[in-house]
Design a protein around this ligand. Sequence first.
Ligand code: PAF
Length: 280
Amino acid sequence: MQTIRAMADLGVALRHLRGPSATLALVPTMGALHDGHLALIDEAKRRADRVAATIFVNPLQFNDPKDLERYPRQEEADLARLEAAGCDLVWLPTPDQLYPPGFATNISVRGVSERWEGEHRPGHFDGVATVVAKLLLAVRPDLAIFGEKDWQQLAVIRRVEADLGLGVAILGHPTVREADGLAMSSRNALLTADERRRAVALPEAMSEAARRILRGGEVSAALHEAQRQLRAAGFSEVDYLALVDGDSLEPLERQGENMRMLAAARLGKVRLIDNIAVTS
Ligand code: PAF
């Protein structure tokens, strides 16, 4: 696996990697890699001849400086995991390479980015949209793969790609979960042992609410009960727990065609997000 740090070396490395005709898949990450990321690399290998990954903890997408400071960093272990997974190239840009002095461009997506995470983390999706556009423009892959765990992020990225005509196929990959059902996330490492045990209440409460809705229960009552269960399990704040249309992300008050349940809640110092399809 080739490790690139300077943006100036990227073009030659990619030309060499792709040769005259190889297809390339990109897996953008912020490091602290877990099995969910490795599933994205596996999927990338199935879909393209060559696989590149990026590791960049993007300061633009952290609305809370403490969250940026706390974000887990483990470069050596990440590089070893990528290499073992069969990744061909990894690029680790530095903030000054992606955001040179005087950087003043911001990509802001209306509509799908406005509710949910967008409302609770002002500026977050501008940061995601801007960095992902920069990474796609620098690497120019045929396709890029993102985890469905960040369902709204995936919708925002699809919008950016379509609106800017970047010519990259954007693929989502199903959320990978721990044995007890908790969605894998780099942030799980920040939970204490006690919080980790309680965290499973998030997917459990969501699944139960989904079952109630599918049995014909009132949507607001099912969501209300799920919030109660989260508080009982020790979650201090539930930022949102909503039934939405999976494409527009607009809230649904009753059953619809393409239902997704989205949630974000805080356990101790850690904010967890999750989403599930609501289908029978
Ligand atoms: O999902 C992530 O890890 C990040 O938001 C991404 C897409 C790599 C952009 O920084």
